[in-house]
Design a protein around this ligand. Sequence first.
Ligand SMILES: Cc1cc2nc3c(=O)[nH]c(=O)nc-3n(C[C@H](O)[C@H](O)[C@H](O)COP(=O)(O)OP(=O)(O)OC[C@H]3O[C@@H](n4cnc5c(N)ncnc54)[C@H](O)[C@@H]3O)c2cc1C
Ligand code: SF4
Ligand code: SF4
Length: 425
Amino acid sequence: MANNKAAPSGGSILVVGGGISGLTTTLEAAEVGYEVFLIEKNPYLGGRVSQLKQYFPKLCPPTCGLEINFRRLKDNPNINVFTMAEVEKVEGTPGNYNVSIKLKPRYVNENCTCCGECASACKTEILNEFNFNMDKHKGAYLPHEMAFPSRYVISPQIIGSEDARLCKDACKYDAVDLDMSEKTIQISVGAIVWATGWEPYDAGKIDNLGFGKYKNIITNMMLERLASDNGLTKGKILRPSDDKEPQSIAFVQCAGSRDENHLPYCSYICCMASLKHATYIRAQYPDAKIYIFYIDLRTPGYRYEKFYKKIKEDKNTFFVKGKVAEVMEESGSGNITVVAENAVTGEKIRQTVDMAVLATGMQPTALDSKLPADLNYNEDGFIINDFEKGGMFAAGCANKTADVVSSNQNATGMALKAIQTLVRR
Ligand SMILES: Cc1cc2nc3c(=O)[nH]c(=O)nc-3n(C[C@H](O)[C@H](O)[C@H](O)COP(=O)(O)OP(=O)(O)OC[C@H]3O[C@@H](n4cnc5c(N)ncnc54)[C@H](O)[C@@H]3O)c2cc1C
Ligand code: SF4
Ligand code: SF4
């Protein structure tokens, strides 16, 4: 949509969640003239996409898509962004909502130049959630190199400690404000788009796949962080237990997905994610053996099928059709054995590899933390769009499992639905 300040503006729109879907809804609505409030619970925008090394099918780094959006966001006076923000309460009806928003303190103001002196002064180290706790960062930190807004955060864990004072003293720009406190603001909007996205399914719940017991069994999202240039190993894929360069890696597809005991649905993207991961491995280890254990391979559409065919040509990538029964560690070596039954030949397979990656699926964020609004959910926790009622809509993975392209299409549609609510008022 082109920027058109003269478009009608019969109220404002609230977008909850600053991932790729929320960004898209925000920009599409703002660029035709509507005022948008975008709120994000993390200290940075970009959502899960910012944790990826590259996106399929083009394999470009997430920064290329996200940075353009951030520039559009910065240039648009119709957009009000709040990070570290969550909705507390929604009251009202379509066209007329009053929303309370809780803002958590960042303890760093807009004077921050990202010089990093506060982090150098800080002694406390805390687990780095952005890297799935595989490493630590200081109590004063930038969530990741390309974080937007590019501003440090002081963790509440060090507030009140000597470390917090050291951070403040180290800052030459008067950017550390330890007196910041939580506050609540009220806004009035005509429509709300929930773009609260997804979380990786907790692999620790899948008893037979060994996650959490053995270091060399990781998840697909952890592999993204290992392979990312701004990740804990600066992009080098290394085996977690001993930093060995892996020469064999197994992927376990449908790890917890399509399983009544876990996620009963297909997560749509994890076959493509593992195929993409095969390209990450191949780029670093030309001769490494890659084993992909699958029940069905789902690569919907022409471009994804083409991607799959290309990986299939790789002589050192082996596709094994068979449900994995167990993944375990060989004692002493740290090597991992995957046990499966080959669905084609019926034989039992035991494949020992340097490390294993569980292709875990997407669980809607709203499943475990229900949103404070009158929304309908399906049995899996995805928000159902009730277009008859209108007013509030779900975009992207808050509504269904999806890749970036489909999330963006859906988010654009929801911008239109939100605008229709305002126009019909
Ligand atoms: C291993 C893996 C690899 C993938 N690789 C690719 C790929 O290469 N190409 C591709 O097309 N797709 C890929 N995907 C899918 C892609 O990650 C999703 O399509 C995309 O993240 C969907 O974006 P979203 O904005 O809907 O959700 P998210 O990215 O989850 O964003 C949601 C945002 O909302 C925020 N939020 C949540 N709850 C609240 C709340 N209550 N209040 C405020 N904010 C909130 C979150 O912090 C987050 O920032 C991959 C997925 C996986 C699992
Ligand atoms: S808060 Fe101050 S010391 Fe820390 S990065 Fe920002 S400007 Fe530098
Ligand atoms: S996308 Fe592939 S790995 Fe993921 S749930 Fe569907 S079939 Fe299983």
